[in-house]
Design a binder for this molecule. Structure first.
Ligand code: ZN
Ligand code: MN
Length: 478
């Protein structure tokens, strides 16, 4: 039986989180607005109006291009992409065609067998179309609110080799978009949409066979399932001697199946021509250099630094570089703490992440600041509080926003490690529980846990557990 290799390219549309739309001053975020309330003559395509390019959208798109290592073009052009569809009021979409904002570039995917580099073909700016809502009674309603929302369209080369790799690409892209602060990248809200081009070929061949395009995928899991279903379908068809047709397929979320939407348009169908109402988009040398210089350290570089310089295991590095605010929190806490960095990472990944998950906050919103977090670790290290108290202290700081040392003092949480005091309490426990003492001395050593528990109870959990165990051992065995 022939073994097949899968060839996948992804075309993503990314909604930029600008204040206003790309060619008018309507809000770019109308998610909660009533239909057709966030429109103006420009974005609803009335005759005689002129588009004005939103500089913020250019900046954000160029920042993404720079982060992908793409080549920002000194001059790019806007074009009209003509097609007739009810949610496109002008009858054309303003897009970029043969001279896009940026070309080339790549996205690196860390895998178990090293890094996979996925090439980017081109990256361009365009406007979004409206939304067609199919009502249950058969009516089709059009909402123009989304018309003119700025999008980046980014197309990869045919470099992805499995459904899982395609999913990884989207996960890394979403991470990057949020890191750069240029898109909320919420797939459920359509901020990040992916169409997948899928074909198969016998292993060893380097021919690009006829591909099909999968549309309507609105989550990473759906993308994975849809591509897997299409690989299976194509394999069965080829095995049966059929020819793959260049269909556009829709993914039905509810049934988990693909269905043919239409035969794919070819580019000639769109009759592209230059948008006569907009000037060429010029990014001179200084502007391009400034955009590249302004890039922050990117997530994969930070992940690599956490592994190589900080010495974190890959697992920790992945989580702690997953989100920009979290990685900043980690680095700030680590430098405030100054001690064993693995200790910071362990406590952060257990206690602080739990806090973030529960509150739905991002790391920069916590009342438990990186400094306070480091302070609590130091209080435990110095023996000023014991570990269980340290754990609850983290929660108390988060709840109140007060400094850890102040809470320790106000609530009398300091660890009791005064030998004389602990010994006095231990002697009292032994004197008042002769039965358990006798059992222990007769060989029921498991009772040690009970004695330590009693001592912790009498000190309201504040005893130094090591000192407590040592003193009780001496007294019971002595
Ligand atoms: Zn408008
Ligand atoms: Mn597009």
């Amino acid at each position: 039986m022939t073994q097949y290799e899968v060839v996948i390219g992804l075309e993503t549309h990314i909604q930029l989180n600008t204040e206003s739309k790309i060619f008018c001053s309507c809000s770019a975020d109308s998610w909660d607005d009533a239909p057709n309330t966030n429109i103006c003559p420009v974005c609803s395509g009335l005759p005689g109006v002129l588009p004005v390019l939103n500089e913020g959208a250019v900046r954000k798109a160029a920042t993404l291009a720079a982060a992908m290592g793409a080549e920002l073009q000194p001059v790019s052009h806007f074009d009209r992409k003509n097609y007739f569809y009810p949610d496109l009021p002008k009858g054309y979409q303003i897009s970029q065609y043969d001279m896009p904002l940026a070309t080339g570039g790549h996205m690196d995917l860390p895998t178990a067998n090293g890094t996979r580099r996925i090439g980017i073909h081109k990256l361009h700016l365009e406007e979004d179309a409206g939304k067609t809502v199919n009502r249950a009674d058969g009516a089709r309603l059009i909402d123009f609110n989304r018309c003119g929302v700025p999008l980046v369209e980014m197309v990869t080369g045919p470099d992805l080799r499995s459904a899982d790799e395609a999913a990884q690409y989207l996960i890394r892209l979403r991470q990057l978009l949020r890191w750069l602060g240029i898109s909320e990248a919420d797939m459920e809200k359509g901020h990040l949409r992916a169409d997948a081009n899928v074909s198969i070929r016998p292993v060893g061949s380097d021919v690009l066979n006829t591909k099909t395009e999968i549309k309507n995928v609105n989550s990473i899991d759906s993308l994975r399932s849809a591509i897997e279903a299409e690989i299976e379908r194509q394999t069965r068809a080829v095995e049966a001697g059929e020819t793959i047709q260049p269909w556009t397929l829709g993914w039905d979320e509810n049934t988990g199946t693909l269905s043919k939407m239409r035969s794919k348009e070819t580019e000639a169908d769109y009759r592209y021509f230059r948008e006569p109402d907009l000037l060429p988009l010029v990014l001179d040398d200084a502007r391009r250099a400034e955009i590249i210089d302004a890039l922050p350290e990117l997530p994969l570089a930070r992940r690599q630094r956490f592994i190589e310089q900080v010495g974190l295991p890959e697992y920790d590095a992945d989580i702690l570089s997953g989100e920009r605010a979290l990685s900043y929190y980690f680095e700030t806490a680590a430098s405030a703490y100054g001690g064993d960095i693995k200790r910071v990472s362990n406590w952060l990944m257990n206690d602080v992440l739990a806090m973030l998950n529960e509150s739905g906050q991002t790391a920069d919103q916590l009342k438990l600041t990186p400094q306070y977090f480091a302070d609590v670790l130091k209080l435990m290290d110095s023996g000023a509080v014991n570990t269980p108290t340290g754990k609850s202290l983290l929660l108390k700081v988060q709840a109140s926003g007060q400094a850890p040392a102040d809470i320790v003092q106000a609530e009398g949480l300091a660890q009791v490690s005064d030998e004389t005091e602990l010994r006095k309490i231990a002697e009292d426990i032994i004197a008042t529980n002769p039965d358990n003492v006798a059992s222990f001395r007769a060989g029921k050593e498991a009772l040690m846990g009970w004695f330590v528990g009693q001592l912790m109870q009498r000190t309201k959990g504040k005893a130094d557990p090591k000192a407590a165990a040592r003193i009780l051992n001496e007294l019971l065995r002595g």
